[in-house]
Design a binder for this molecule. Structure first.
Ligand SMILES: [Zn+2]
Ligand SMILES: [Zn+2]
Length: 456
């Protein structure tokens, strides 16, 4: 008993430190492009060559080699859309392995070239910003149009680049790219950039103890800087959307029909609209199959699927996850993996598709008989993990209770969060536009603008 509890704990902590597994870089694509030496002319345009850019729809991000995860790319796109809505500026992101020159001039030339050929910013205002990162060259460059010079002078760019370097040195590309775009957004919104510590101070600063970190967070909470506000606004928008769909899922689960998961409980990313029917290899029921082997085999057979595509799978207890997340979870706990939600032992390889099927059908509860509550509580926990300042532990506890059935975002306990959000956003100028849909570039150029780069 104790042994099991201990193992589950290791499982959980191991997984939490490795949470970003679901959108893990697309290996096939990475190997295909790792040696490509890009130029502005050969690099795809995310408004035109959507798939080549590793995206599912027109966007402002092109990442053919999968430098950042899909989750992170979605977060960055959300931030870019919010920047456009709040300030009118257009931001584009180009992520690649190498430029043809491979040095800082190469990064500068390519980002100016893309800025102009994509037409980032409105034509008459030149209010565009292009951020380029060349992973294997270890170069980054931010190019600004003339209309962005006031908000983003070169010394501000230098600060943004300096802030990203520690993350890049630790190869945290997701976090680095998210931070650069957040920082660009904050500066464009007229917020004052914090002073950057020197390299040695910065390194010591990151080595703070847990107590030190807690104290820092405490003070950050009191003296909310512009940077905190920007993160808060982004987290609020995303968490609120998740909470609304979670409420909808709960209402469906309570109704007469069976509930169908439409997103992965671990990474919270949506499943693709309708997974095509698949032919599964049959596993002999009297032979204990090697679960990982079977699962990995299926995964190899399907290696040709679209990069970054979500594949929903159902595990033996009936809970659904995306394949990447659950396989990574199982790798963490390979000796005796259990369902992250209900803790039932995972007794066979995850089955692709939305419904339990195969020889084990009779043993599985139907989705309508399954209690949604444990999944609800688990998902709230994940929301706390991704959006700690919005979905607080207090809210997780309150909302996980069976008796709480109201829409989460209407709960009075959420109103403090909502009014904080409103206080940050009502003063900002609105330029219309939707948060979810990506805007098109407006034909702006980098002519007469600024720019700054650096290596790490
Ligand atoms: Zn997932
Ligand atoms: Zn389960």
């Amino acid at each position: 008993m104790c042994h099991h509890a201990h193992r589950a704990f290791i499982c959980l902590t191991g997984f939490l430190t490795y949470y970003a597994v679901c959108g893990e870089p697309r290996d096939v694509e990475t190997s295909r492009h790792s040696n490509t030496r890009w130029t502005a002319a050969s690099f795809p345009n995310p408004q035109v060559e959507v798939e080549k850019c590793g995206r599912r729809e027109k966007s402002s991000i092109c990442d053919p080699s999968g430098i950042i995860s899909e989750i992170s790319a979605n977060v960055v796109q959300g931030a870019i859309n919010a920047i456009h809505k709040d300030t009118g500026f257009q931001v584009a992101v180009a992520l690649l392995g190498r430029t043809r020159r491979g040095d800082n001039r190469g990064a500068e030339e390519m980002s100016r070239g893309l800025h102009d050929s994509w037409g980032v910013g409105e034509k008459d205002k030149n209010n565009g910003v292009l951020f380029l990162l060349a992973k294997y060259d270890r170069q980054l460059y931010i190019s600004t149009g003339k209309g962005a010079l006031k908000q983003l002078p070169n010394d501000a760019l230098d600060k943004i680049i300096a802030r990203a370097k520690p993350q890049l040195r630790e190869e945290k590309y997701d976090k680095a790219v998210e931070q650069v775009v957040d920082d660009i957004g904050a500066a464009l919104g007229g917020e004052v950039l914090p002073e950057v510590k020197t390299e040695s101070e910065g390194n010591n600063g990151w080595g703070v103890s847990a107590v030190g970190a807690a104290i820092l967070l405490y003070f950050a909470g009191i003296a909310k800087s512009g940077w905190d506000r920007h993160t808060f606004v982004r987290q609020y928008r995303q968490a609120t959307a998740h909470l609304e769909s979670l409420h909808t899922a709960r209402r469906r689960a309570g109704g007469p029909g069976s509930y169908v998961s439409t997103s992965c409980p671990i990474c919270l990313q949506d499943f693709p609209p309708s997974p095509p029917p698949r032919c599964e290899p049959s596993l002999s029921p009297d032979r204990a199959p090697d679960m990982m082997e079977a699962a990995l085999l299926t995964s190899e057979q399907d290696a040709r699927r679209t990069p970054g595509e979500m594949v929903p799978v159902t595990i033996s207890c009936g809970h659904m996850y995306c394949e990447n997340c659950i396989l990574n979870w199982m790798r963490q706990c390979s000796s005796s993996p259990t369902c992250p939600i209900c803790r039932a032992r995972i007794s066979e390889a995850p089955q692709r598709g939305g419904q339990p099927h195969g020889h084990s059908r009779e043993r599985q509860p139907s989705r309508s008989q399954m209690d949604f509550q444990p999944e609800l509580a688990y998902r709230l926990g994940r929301l706390n993990f991704f959006y700690p300042r919005i979905v607080t532990p207090m809210l997780v506890e309150r909302w996980s209770h069976h008796s709480f059935q109201h829409p989460f975002v209407d709960d009075f306990a959420y109103q403090n969060i909502r009014s904080e959000y409103t206080s940050y956003t009502t003063s900002s100028h609105s330029h219309g536009g939707s948060l979810s849909a990506s805007h098109s570039f407006g034909g702006g150029s980098s002519m007469g603008g600024g720019g700054s780069g650096g290596s790490w």
